[in-house]
Design a protein around this ligand. Structure first.
Ligand SMILES: CC(C)(COP(=O)([O-])OP(=O)([O-])OC[C@H]1O[C@@H](n2cnc3c(N)ncnc32)[C@H](O)[C@@H]1OP(=O)([O-])[O-])[C@@H](O)C(=O)NCCC(=O)NCCSC(=O)C[C@@](C)(O)CC(=O)[O-]
Length: 314
């Protein structure tokens, strides 16, 4: 039997505090965001996307970026990243010393206009000085690439457009890129083609997968990316989230579900799955709804059954 070789370890970036919470209608208290970061790092996450320095008129939920960054107790070995769409965002972020900033562009013109109010070409012009200033300040730079398989306004996006965006990101000095299926319409082959187009410009160690789960394909897409050797993924605890400018899209694939898949494949993540499931249940309770993670729900239910059986046996 020809068994596929998977990476031996995988690095997960939990984007729950940022992507997960940015679309919440009710204000989420700063203290809850800070505690979420603390719980994620206690569960073993080594990369956390904490907040974004965007216009509070566009995304009110992230208006407390400074307070969140100042509130977290940083752990050695954990990388804290933040989104910065322009120089104004970077200047604000620099005061809080993130380890990494994220510029975010799109492979779709229509989405770029709706999300950041400019064309793809203009976005790259805006990002260039942001990338340069961040790198001069010793801060790493990631580039999020939205709509790499489909766009809520333009439909299917051909891989060549994704490759073109990756080249533009590379040209301005972005060190690694995320291949994002913003609205979760991708299926494994489409996702693999998008990644393949990016691999013409970035090596496999500098490409990550970011899959929303709208059509229930995110785990299959994760597996398809793993089969290509991708070993960095973004996901969101409890499956929180979605972009306010991507109508109809649901949250990211739940971190717990990805960890369950990876551990089942014998891949090391350094994450304590039960602690992560508890974190997913906790943040969902704070938001007043059940967790969106199936693995998280199942694990906690199994533990509750075991506890109750133990109590009855005692
Ligand atoms: C990019 C802008 C700012 C352009 O917005 P704009 O209106 O074109 O900006 P502007 O430069 O004309 O400025 C207009 C006003 O915004 C202020 N402003 C300008 N910049 C900032 C800033 N950085 N921080 C705070 N305020 C800012 C600026 O000071 C001014 O304030 P006013 O004079 O009117 O009071 C706006 O479109 C914006 O904030 N967009 C953010 C959209 C966003 O955050 N989307 C979600 C994140 S992306 C995502 O979720 C996808 C991802 C990454 O997860 C991957 C995937 O799944 O696809």
């Amino acid at each position: 039997m020809n068994l596929t070789t998977y990476p031996r370890r995988v690095r997960l970036i939990d984007v729950g505090p940022r992507d997960g919470l940015q679309n919440e209608k009710q204000p989420v208290p700063t203290a809850v965001k800070v505690e979420l970061v603390h719980r994620l790092q206690a569960a073993g996450l080594r990369e956390i996307e904490v907040t974004s320095y965007v216009s509070p008129k566009w995304v009110p939920q992230m208006a407390d970026n400074h307070a969140v960054m100042q509130g977290i107790e940083r752990r050695a070995g954990v990388r804290y990243s933040v989104l910065t769409p322009n120089m104004k965002g970077l200047e604000a972020a620099l005061q809080d010393r993130p380890d990494e900033i994220v510029v975010f562009g799109a492979a779709s013109e229509a989405f770029s206009q709706r999300n950041i109010n400019c064309s793809i070409a203009e976005s790259i012009e805006r990002f260039a000085p942001v990338v340069e200033a961040a790198r001069n300040a010793g801060i790493a730079v990631r580039g999020a690439m939205s709509c790499t398989v489909g766009c809520p306004f333009e439909g299917d996006i051909p891989p060549e457009r994704v490759g073109m965006l990756a080249r533009l990101m590379k040209d301005i000095g972005v060190q690694r890129v995320d291949v994002a299926d913003t609205i979760g319409v991708g299926t494994p082959l489409k996702v693999q083609r998008a990644i393949e187009a990016v691999l013409a410009h970035y090596d496999i160690d500098h490409v990550s997968g970011h899959f929303h789960d709208t059509y229930g394909q995110a785990l299959a897409n994760t597996l398809a990316a793993l089969q290509m050797g991708v070993w960095n993924f973004q996901c969101s605890v409890a499956g929180l989230g979605g972009c306010p400018y991507a109508p109809g899209a649901t949250g990211n694939v739940a971190t717990e579900d990805v960890v369950y898949l990876l551990h089942g494949l014998g891949i090391d993540t350094g994450i304590d799955l039960l602690a992560l499931a508890e974190t997913g249940a906790w943040i969902s309770e704070q938001l007043g709804r059940p967790t969106g993670s199936r693995a998280g729900r199942a694990l906690l239910a199994r533990r509750a059954r075991a506890t109750s059986a133990g109590e009855q046996g005692a």
